[in-house]
Design a protein around this ligand. Structure first.
Ligand code: ADP
Ligand code: MG
Length: 370
């Protein structure tokens, strides 16, 4: 989409900087990032695109195509208003805190990453603002630092306790590659995805909330606390300190801590196995690891839902699909599947048809994009 005519129409002058960043899907390595573990996200084709131009004053004015509104604030007067503008306010606040000199700017944002569907429209928006401002004001920031600032922004003014995976994937990810990230060291390595592979992403129609203030124990915040408790019971600093050989010791923990720890330990091992299988082009093996990851998330980590389990079950008997698993934090959200290139759309639609017939839910095919 060419945003320049819209920029000129909105701000009566031309833009000077273009920035963009993709949404992401996590292939495997779920609930491992905050346990100093391994993750394997990959960018999706959908992106957040922005145009920028500096202003003479200290105001920020942004037009969002998706929100169909313009909103603004003064630099240094950022304050949470529970609207989409919080994302922009959060990142300018973090840039200033990190000592970067900003001036006011105009911007237009448009994203074809579906908003609020677990493909990280939020991180791609934050990363795109940070990269745009880096260029506009000649700031010295590495791509890793962009990701860290975006995380600080989401943890800060936005108020969502998220890990660093999404921002790393959006800031550093390249098409056709996955990013193996080690959250103990923040070391990362690009993994070329097999040309023969196509990703299928189906949104279940169930929404999730990361906020963690819903009642009960089936939420993200509780899982984080349970991991901390498991560490205390096992006398380790982080679940990353444990190996497959520790599983016997872990099994002796009371419920639910045994399952929580077992998921994280086995999931880290599955990430490495998936990398090896991808490098060998062995989609069958990648698929088996996806199913194993899902079973672990469902039984041990208890972040799935009956509807999500059903999508995975249907995928198992759908021709052309090698593997399927819940992706993202859970309690709803999307399932990521692996198919042969060119076969993804038909396989995904077949899964959705049966799922809809059985549940009455309204799933959406998020990838391959239309
Ligand atoms: P996800 O990251 O899974 O898409 P989030 O709830 O974390 O879901 O982030 C979605 C929010 O990010 C939106 O509700 C909106 O506030 C903000 N956002 C993302 N992209 C845009 C955009 N193009 N224009 C305005 N706000 C956006
Ligand atoms: Mg998000």
């Amino acid at each position: 989409m060419n945003l320049e005519p819209l920029f000129v129409q909105t701000f009566h002058s031309a833009s000077t900087v273009h920035a963009s960043s993709p949404g992401r899907v996590n292939l495997i390595g779920e609930h491992t990032d905050y346990n100093e573990g391994l993750v394997l996200p990959t960018p999706i084709p959908q992106r957040c695109e922005m145009l920028f131009a500096a202003r003479a004053d200290d105001r920020v004015e942004i037009y969002s195509v998706q929100m169909q509104t313009q909103a603004g604030y003064a630099l240094g007067a950022e304050s949470a208003g529970q609207t989409w503008l919080d994302y922009a306010q959060a990142i300018t606040q973090e840039l200033a805190r990190a000592g970067h000199a900003l001036r006011g700017f105009n911007a237009v944002v448009s994203s074809d990453v579906p908003l609020g569907s677990g493909l990280s429209s939020s991180a791609s928006f934050l990363v795109t603002v940070a990269k745009g401002l880096r260029e506009l004001f000649n700031l010295e920031i590495t791509d890793v630092a962009v990701a860290q600032l975006a995380q600080a922004a989401e943890n800060g003014l936005v108020g969502a306790r998220v890990g660093l995976m999404d921002q790393m994937a959006c800031s550093l990810g390249k098409a056709g590659e996955a990013l193996l990230i080690d959250f103990r060291t923040l070391e990362y390595r690009s993994i070329r995805l097999p040309e023969t592979m196509e990703l299928v992403i189906v949104h279940s129609g169930l929404t999730h909330s990361l906020a963690g203030h819903e009642s009960g124990t089936r939420n993200y915040k509780t899982r984080r606390l349970e991991c901390e408790r498991a560490c205390a019971l096992l006398g380790v600093k982080s679940l990353r300190d444990l190996e497959l050989s520790d599983l016997e010791r872990v099994a002796a923990l009371p419920a639910p801590f045994a399952g929580r720890a077992r998921h994280v330990i086995t999931e880290n091992a599955r990430v490495l196995e998936t990398v090896a299988a991808l490098e060998a082009g062995d989609l069958q093996r990648v698929g088996e690891l996806f199913y194993a990851s899902h079973a672990s998330m469902s039984a041990d980590y208890d972040v799935s839902e009956p509807e999500i389990d059903l999508i995975v079950q249907i995928a198992r008997r759908t021709v052309g699909i090698y593997g399927a698993r819940l992706t993202g934090g859970g309690f709803g959200g999307s399932v990521v599947m692996i198919a042969d290139r060119g076969a993804g759309r038909i396989a995904g639609e077949a899964v959705m048809l049966e799922y809809t017939a059985q549940t009455g839910q309204s799933p959406r095919l998020l990838s391959p994009a239309v």
